[in-house]
Write a protein that binds this ligand. Structure first.
Ligand code: F6P
Length: 532
């Protein structure tokens, strides 16, 4: 059997770029691939997350040092959980990193509530809650805003574990927050999560600041020696679509944050040992979730094909979901506009229960515009009447959801389109088909059903379902847009240039594809931005 392709790890491979911005040799021809070819490439790419480290260069997700740091950070969280008064755990990030921070903080807050414990988790996303559902990229450059939002979230707290996520070790918003933590060590334990080695942190000046992301990382590295700061930055390999950190970056963020909080919570309330072995078992459970998901290559490609067909002929793709799977649908849909230049109607998410179920800090955002209408009722009102076979509708649910409700919704959709599909997770070895499930199966033209064995670890099976759903939706929206022609080789070519990172990326791409000098490319880019 062939070993994994490790070309990207060679020092000669795109040497000027950090791992998170390199182009992945595995997907070089993704724009020429069929639906099944795309899925296979994504499978290989996601598989890189769990590759073993070789003697040199990069720390990986399963590396000993990463596992050790996860244990140490979980111990800090455990202390807050055991003595929650005046304590807080803040998860923060920009774009997908902030959305995943929201998802994880909400889940674990809910878990604490279920066992009558006070909540200690809070999330911050650059641009506020509107960024949960739409791209707000300019605030990502604002270090001062990051600091202010953190200060506000931690008002009156005496001990804070701050976990800042920046996949590329690059967002000024997060650098501003980490700098603030470093200036107040009596309160804050700063933790940085990202997917480049520390020396590849961005070293560009940040407006109005004397520090760069790189200099903040240097200060953290010094404190890390005495465990007063922590850096968790395994390489997971270049993204399938270059720089699209919503994909592996988002998945690995979800994995790391959940492992930290799950193990901390188990230690605090069930006296489960907080050890490297246990932490590694959790990580391997996620690896298993990735493997189980991609064992359905054919079925995934049916969904990719359907999405591609809809997008190509001006139709829509709608995710109609329940619970956290629906949140993943909202997140995936929100990322298509900045990544592929998609309209908000091209791929849209809806959640049963709307904002009540989302339970975000700022409450309902419907007044911000039609793209912030997210309930199933809103789908019935504004989308269903114009639905046709050109559109693809995808149901996202698990056996814990109300299958009667799912069946009722499926019936209504089926009256307008036959292009109805489902992703359904069931757990605990429960293979019995219920009557309602049979009804749903008969209404759908395809159902991707995954039966999950009970996990060996304490990991919640829901978290595996979520990761699995995230991979599936990323494959559908990415694959659909690739089939529509929104990707050249493995580059986003319809990207919006709305912050400094994206500006640099766009200028680099122009240079690479045109062969013209940097200055000329930047001039052309500026002209395009300012339409002059
Ligand atoms: O600027 C846009 C973006 O690239 C998003 O797509 C991404 O989720 C976000 O930045 C955050 O990037 P990072 O996690 O590297 O800070």
């Amino acid at each position: 059997m062939e070993g994994p392709d490790r070309t990207w790890e060679s020092p000669d491979y795109e040497p000027s770029l950090p791992v998170s911005e390199k182009s992945n040799p595995l997907t070089r021809d993704i724009d020429q691939a069929s639906a099944i070819g795309i899925v296979r490439m994504l499978q290989a790419c996601d598989g890189q997350m769990f590759e073993e480290d070789t003697a040199v260069k990069y720390q990986r997700l399963l590396s000993k040092q990463v596992v050790q740091t996860l244990v140490e950070v979980a111990k800090r969280v455990e202390l807050i959980l055991k003595d929650p008064q005046d304590g807080l755990v803040v998860l923060s990030g920009c774009g997908t990193s902030g959305r995943i921070a929201f998802l994880v903080a909400s889940r674990f807050s809910r878990r604490l509530k279920d066992v009558n414990q006070s909540s200690v988790y809070s999330y911050i996303i650059a641009g506020g809650d509107r960024a949960l559902l739409s791209s707000q990229e300019a605030p990502e450059d604002d270090a001062k805003l990051g600091r202010l939002m953190l200060k506000e979230a931690c008002e009156g707290k005496k001990r804070v574990v701050f976990i800042g996520v920046s996949c590329g070790l690059s967002a000024p918003f997060v650098a501003g927050q980490l700098d603030f933590c470093l200036r107040h060590p009596e309160v804050f334990t700063p933790v940085l999560v990202g997917f480049n080695p520390a020396h590849q942190a961005r070293d560009e000046p940040i407006e109005g600041c004397t520090f760069t992301f790189g200099s903040v990382v240097q200060r953290m590295l010094e404190l890390a020696q005495s465990q007063r700061a922590f850096i968790i930055s395994p390489a997971v390999g270049p993204e399938a679509i270059s720089g699209s950190s919503r994909m592996k970056g988002g998945s690995a963020t979800k994995i790391l944050l959940e492992v930290i909080l799950s193990t901390a919570q188990a230690a605090a309330f069930s006296r489960a040992p907080l050890t490297e072995t246990v932490t590694l078992q959790y990580l391997l459970a996620y690896k298993n979730a990735v493997d189980v998901t991609y064992s359905r290559t054919e079925q995934i490609s049916t969904l990719v094909e359907a999405a591609g067909k809809s997008l190509r002929c001006g139709g829509r793709v709608c995710y109609l979901g329940w619970g956290t799977l629906a949140v993943l649908g909202l997140i995936d849909a929100s990322e298509c506009n900045p990544t592929f230049g998609a309209d908000y109607e091209d791929i849209r998410g809806f959640i049963a229960g709307g904002y009540v179920e989302l339970d975000n800090n700022e409450g309902p955002l419907t007044s911000l515009g039609p793209d912030f209408s997210i309930s199933h009722e809103e789908f019935f009102r504004s989308v269903l009447p114009s639905l046709t076979d050109r559109d693809t509708v995808l149901l996202l649910y698990t056996h814990s959801d109300d299958l009667g409700e799912v069946a009722a919704l499926a019936r209504r959709v089926r009256e307008r389109t036959s292009n109805l599909h489902a992703i359904y997770h069931r757990g605990g070895g429960d293979n019995a088909a219920t009557d309602r499930q049979e009804v749903i199966d008969n209404l759908c033209s395809s159902t991707l059903k995954i039966s999950w064995p009970s996990p060996q670890t304490r990991i919640s099976v829901h978290m595996q379902w979520e990761l699995s759903t995230k991979l599936l939706l990323n494959a559908i929206s990415t694959g659909g847009h690739v089939l529509k022609g929104k990707v050249y080789r493995n580059h986003m070519v319809d990207v919006q240039v709305t912050n400094s990172k994206l500006y640099r990326r766009a200028a680099r791409l122009l240079q690479k594809l045109s062969g013209h000098p940097k200055s000329q490319c930047e001039e052309a880019l500026l002209k395009a931005i300012y339409q002059s």
